[in-house]
Ligand binder design. Sequence first.
Ligand code: FPP
Length: 263
Amino acid sequence: MSTSESPHDTTGAAGETFEESLLKKALGGNIPAHIGIVMDGNGRWAVSRGLKRSEGHRAGVESLKRCLPALLRLGVKFCTFYVFSTENWKRPREEVQFLMDLILEYAKEDRSEFIRQGIRVIPIGRWKEMPRQVVQALSRLSLDTAGGDKLTVLLAVNYGGRQEIIDAAKHLALSYEGRKKELLAAGEEEFRQFLYEPTAPDVDLVIRTSGEMRLSNFLLWRAAYAELVFTDVLWPDFGPADLYKSIIEYQGRERRFGDVRRE
Ligand code: FPP
């Protein structure tokens, strides 16, 4: 069920829909600079409807598309979507193949829509190890949307948080080759330059759908101080109203970053 079909989406006294009132409320608070989303529950959504798991993934792409205008309305500058993890290769071969085809289709078909909306798309992860056609389509998408300045969408494809840290550590070490003393003096600021997309800020909010409460190797470095919001909604049912609610929940949290509360 899409959010617009939600039974809660009633028109209020001021003539505004439930979704609009949530948006207004969210806009009254602090908007996270970078949101990470673990789009979980596609399989369960499909199976509960007697459909194939692949149909859940297809519906999941529609949810992602529904979220983009909502992110733009909120003024969120960066959003990372967990599309395919380094562990997802363990899935049945047909499901992996379906996901590859879906990524390829999405990267090709939505290119002009991203450009129209001013969205820059950047793949992150070991995505260059994906099948050649997927790599080509993602490279082209990234190149063609490079001018987008409203929102940056990071597509985590063949992504693993541990792998990101290992890759960054190797590149950091290589960049200091022959300068051991300087390498040993390098700290967080030097290290973060070697993360997959160094222009992206730390993650303020991680949202995971489908009731699962874990990070699953997602953005481990950048989400060090992120607020975690878990919702029971399955990803294909997730829509703008759920995104606004997650942000309102985030706004209710007190972020201390290791400090103490100061009155
Ligand atoms: C988790 O649900 C979802 C994934 C592993 C894939 C995420 C992919 C999409 C939302 C669609 C592809 C996106 C693009 C941009 C092409 P699950 O399969 O683990 O669900 P389950 O836990 O209910 O089995």
